[in-house]
Design a protein around this ligand. Sequence first.
Ligand code: RNT
Ligand code: ZN
Length: 423
Amino acid sequence: MSNESTIRKAYEVARERYSAFGVDSEAALKTLLGIPLSLHCWQGDDVGGFEKPAATLSGGGIQVTGNYPGKARSVDELRKDLEHAYALIPGHHRLNLHAIYGEFGGKLVDRDQITPEHFRGWIDWVKQHKLKLDFNPTYFSHPKADSGFTLSHPDRAIREFWVEHSKRCREIGAAMGKAQGEACINNIWIPDGSKDIPVDRWSPRELLRQSLDKIFEISFPVSEIRDAVECKLFGLGSEAYVVGSHEFYMGYALSRKKMVCLDMGHFHPTESVADKVSSLLLFFDEILLHVSRGVRWDSDHVVIMNEDVKNLMEEVVRSKALNRVHIATDYFDASMNRIGAWVLGARSTQKALLAALLEPQVKLREAEAAGDYFARLALLEEARLLPLGAAWDYFCLSNGVPSGEEWIADIHQYERETLSKRA
Ligand code: RNT
Ligand code: ZN
């Protein structure tokens, strides 16, 4: 029996099994196909970008460790790698660019000088590949970020530099949105904070509020760009204080009608990001997620379908909020094949979404409504062993990408034929 017919047969059995649980697996697969993931460009080159002189990731409480060979050294290589990654991820997706990934023609174009023209190549490239773009200003790896403060810097000139950068990024994002006929999500994350105990926690936050208000003075159509702000509990070198805390941005976004971005690695490890979804969506129209995996003090390990990601996607699905939640990936690992890391994180996120879509919600809610907490817990436990894998394989097969573990060999082949030739 061919692999394909095994997959089809297994899915037939799975479909019946789900149906007995009151779950329509066909509908789940259809919904999954309509969920775009915004794949972060920065896994491809360890958050390097294409500025001249080349920026190496510095400051900002984020760090990439490892030196696995074969990283993309140019925009062409990055695009080639991305094409390879997208070909192994079922469905239609987005690309999340950072400002340092513009095409600056080998010249020094400082961050307060960038324009939509520097991103024309990307706009054309995504059109050709039927992808959509999202965007992020870059507030790290720059001399004016070395002090650990950017938009909340006490020096007005430095703040203004970063405000100008942010304004230009919004202009770029709006140009992307206009060109692609769909809003670009522009996400602001700044590294500002301090390693040790500050006495004045107030002033930087007041300055940040002021800078953000300046950035958002210009309004663009929501059909072109929508803005998000991303909080963090702590980072490397900002252990004692982060200016853009959860409370800060929640207050800011709510009062200014912006989105909050929840990065899964930016909260206390015992805090559930999944639990935040319903609370936020009762007050916000939309939210942005950065799907990541925190491990001890690192917030950016490659995403796997762990309990946290599963719980988060369950909450999005249970809240019937798929149209109000933008899902982006955010992690960076330089110790393994980078294209493999991209695909692994994206497919794992999709698997978690599929698991959530295949959850026997009706039965679970019945048990809960009846106060039968034993049955609720037992059903949740039984649901873990439903044939998710068969549905996933069939989803991959029907969308023309390798199913099961087949894609791993594909990554190895690309490494042999392409990545290993990069000195
Ligand atoms: C950092 C934030 C932020 C970055 C990217 C590179 O802690 O998660 O989203 O990962 O901007
Ligand atoms: Zn993030």
